[in-house]
Write a protein that binds this ligand. Sequence first.
Ligand SMILES: Cc1ncc(COP(=O)(O)O)c(C=O)c1O
Length: 377
Amino acid sequence: MKFIDLNRQYQAYKQEIDEAVSNVLESGVFILGPVLEELETSLAAFTGVQKAVGVGSGTDGLLLALMAIGVGPNDTVITTPFSFFATAEAIMLLGAKPVFVDIDPLTYNMDTAHLLHTVEALKNKGERPKAILPVSLYGQCADMDEICETARTADIPVIEDACQSFGATYKNRRSCGLSLMGVTSFFPSKPLGAYGEGGMIFTNDPELADELRSLRVHGQKQHYQHTSIGLNARLDAIQAAVLLTKFKHFPKEIVRRQERAMTYGSLFQQYLPEIQLPHIKPDRTSVFAQYTIRLPDDKRARVVEHLKTRGIPTAIHYPTPLHLQPACAHLNILKGSLPHAEQAAKEVLSLPMHPFMLVQEQEMVVTAIKEALAKGH
Ligand SMILES: Cc1ncc(COP(=O)(O)O)c(C=O)c1O
């Protein structure tokens, strides 16, 4: 069994994808170009946002978004400690300092009460963070309205790290269109995945979109006229063609992901409350980039080992919170200071999940977990 079976997806759309890639090869336009423009227009319409800018990866997208609002050395950016490393990495690459706020232990997203407290504590020290960067983890949006309200009151821009949540809804709006900028990733295993690296930034601010377009091509506004220091962070035409083809099937795939999640939910019913299932708030939907359960750490280790013997892969997203990563040692954040993130890191476990997963495979996963738990009794 595969954790995410991309081959089944390719086999399902093979003819269309091969044709789209072949058309790019015939066109001779490989970087930016009309296919990317069509993708940007289509995804902007889908997210309900005016402008979309295709970039080289989700990491590039976060970096460019922070650059576009002028984040630099000695700035602080508020974010979550429970995410993929790239979230904090983008901040630190610009010489800025991440300030972490703890997570809600049910959704694993930024805790809004802790955010408010952190913004006020910084204000009392005379500091105004340059941005707030919440992550919509596992495919479910963070509490974006509360976050944006706290940010608005303190006059701080919000960038949603939507690398895992493209397609998710929040109060009938789409992830990526809920704040000043939303950044997603098209890494192959993401809900909408390319066949290489890719990402996109969404914004309703046309001037910001122009700045992002310039920054993704070395800060160039006209050919060989560089008005700022940027990056080479373009999305290529082959990836755009793959994405455009897969995007036609994406709404159907989201439904299938949600069906798979419901199936897991009903199969696990009898193991509650020993296992904590994903908690999706009633005003939003998840695209289940991950299907992540939670169980005490001794049991997690047992489940991982037992599933391995049954040929079932699992993953831990993420075993080390960002503030405890060696690369963040210079921040001097003590172990124990973000208890919810630290506890979640010990207990979360992601199970195989993709739109082409069979119910029989899900039954195998749940049966194997049941066997592993029974071993301990
Ligand atoms: C939450 C989060 N942020 C950022 C990234 C970085 O995206 P990419 O791998 O496309 O650079 C990822 C993807 O792995 C992610 O999951």
